[in-house]
Design a protein around this ligand. Structure first.
Ligand code: UGA
Length: 441
């Protein structure tokens, strides 16, 4: 079976390369011709561990081809997967523009296609989208009937950035939403070699599983962050030990109990917002989703509060921010906590200096400093030099190697705020060390 993938962002590229590696012939399509040129020159448009190697092996074996010609992508394949972005617009509402445009292209090409073709939606869309606008767009553009002339399925993805290749091969489950027998069968065949539980259900359930999963995972982190904020006020308390004790319960599990200055990324912030909007539009209260978002919005302020407690007003203070990416091993700054921390610091008149091993260009491109300049350092050590305070925002390995001695020597006043709990408090006891969820010791 030959596949095409529409949208070569994180999800699309990993699926294109992953499917090629397990034997499919794959055409990866994107409207961004520059991205296609880059990929054809063997360069990755983002940072994602092990992805370039996987792409290289697919292209060398001539099983993976990149194109900006959507007719070619559809007409030379039996199944088209849509993995385009579904971001929020400026009004913070779901923007399905890219999804609709992809289905228009596929529908247009289906008009010319001879045999059976199945269209699979991997993009995160709210319940009702596939049976509604997706189906309508495909039928209108192709002049053909869904479930008779072409197949349609929903197949949400559960990969994490920075672990996406591993998650492709070792996924916990595969969810297939399909309303007709043939679509169910064809998508199941595509995933036949994956040894994991497979859930076959309706369009709406498959769409909802994705939102409910992302919201639940985010809720778990907001929960531990709430506990962290309480622990901080209790002498001798440490949320890391509390989380360890909780995680030993098999029903809780240790995952996603790492306290932080909040969660970010391109998915959870918008997926929680969309779920909340969906609930409200249906006349249902969703207070857990609301609180999950609220706690997350307030969490970066914990770092600001700690800095102010140690230094007084931040106006004129030099504050170093270590880490811009929304998590380690990615250059993605979408929804990153660093952006909120920097915004709060600038609002208080602090002088901000930042460093990230790979996400500096993406951050610069956002130009979010409201006309106020921030300084970009060349390394972690340069970033902390002469600082009144350092805030660790991203859990990069290289930050873990900065010792107490380094901080003491480099900083004007060694106030270290560990927003990701990357240090052992005992080893930093001779400087002012404050950490999320660590009570007075
Ligand atoms: C998330 C989900 O984990 C994936 O299952 C899903 O497929 C994906 O969204 C998506 O919808 O596409 P991702 O956004 O890559 O994946 O990020 P995660 O690794 O889950 O981390 C999210 C945020 O939570 C990061 O900012 C991370 O630093 C933070 N985090 C994570 C914590 O603060 N504490 C933790 O214990 C774990």
């Amino acid at each position: 079976m030959k596949l095409s993938i529409f949208g070569l962002g994180h999800v699309g590229l990993v699926y294109a390369a992953g499917f090629a590696s397990i034997g499919f012939h794959v055409k990866g399509f994107d409207i961004d011709a520059e991205k296609i040129r880059m990929l054809n020159r063997g360069r990755l448009p983002m940072v994602e561990p092990n992805l370039m190697e996987l792409i290289d092996s697919g292209t060398k074996q001539q099983r993976l081809v990149f194109t900006d010609d959507y007719h070619d992508a559809v007409l030379s394949s039996d199944a088209s997967f849509v993995a385009v972005d579904t971001p929020l617009n400026e009004e913070e509402e779901l923007d399905l523009g890219q999804v609709i445009s992809a289905f228009r292209m596929i529908g247009e090409s289906l008009r010319k296609a001879g045999g059976y073709h199945i269209v699979v939606i991997k993009s995160t869309v709210p319940p009702g989208t596939t049976s509604g606008i997706v189906r309508e767009t495909l039928e209108k553009e192709s002049g053909k009937k869904a479930f008779e002339d072409f197949g349609l399925a929903v197949n949400p993805e559960f990969m994490r950035e920075a672990h996406a290749v591993q998650d492709f091969f070792e996924t916990d489950r595969i969810v297939i939403g399909a309303n007709d027998e043939r679509s169910r069968k064809v998508v199941s065949e595509i995933y036949a070699s994956f040894r994991c539980p497979k859930l076959i259900t309706s369009f709406n359930n498959a769409e909802m599983i994705k939102y409910a999963s992302n919201s639940f995972l985010a809720m778990k982190i907001s929960f531990i962050n709430m506990i962290a904020n309480i622990c901080e006020r209790i002498p001798g308390s440490d949320v890391e030990v509390v989380a360890e004790g909780m995680g030993l319960d098999k029903r809780i599990t240790p995952s996603l109990l790492k306290p932080s200055l909040g969660w970010g990324g391109s998915c959870w912030p918008k997926d929680n917002k969309v779920l909340l909007d969906l609930a409200r539009s249906l006349g249902v209260e969703a207070p857990l989703v609301e609180s999950t978002l609220e706690i997350n919005e307030g969490q970066p302020l914990q770092a600001i509060r700690m800095a102010e407690e140690a230094l007084g007003p931040l106006r004129g203070r030099r504050v170093a921010v270590l880490g811009l990416a929304f998590k380690a091993n990615t250059d993605d700054v979408r929804g990153a906590v660093s952006r909120k921390v920097i915004k709060h610091l600038l609002e208080r008149g602090a002088r901000v200096v930042v460093y990230d091993p790979v996400a500096m260009d993406n951050y610069r491109a956002l130009a979010e400093s409201n006309g106020k300049t921030i300084e970009y350092a060349e390394s972690g050590l340069e970033c902390i030099r002469d600082a009144d305070c350092v805030i660790v925002v991203t859990e990069w390995e290289e930050f873990k190697r900065i010792t107490q001695e380094d901080y003491r020597r480099a900083m004007k006043r060694p106030v270290l705020i560990d927003g990701m709990r990357i240090y052992d408090a005992k080893r930093y006891s001779e400087i002012t060390y404050r950490a999320i969820g660590l009570g007075p010791q």
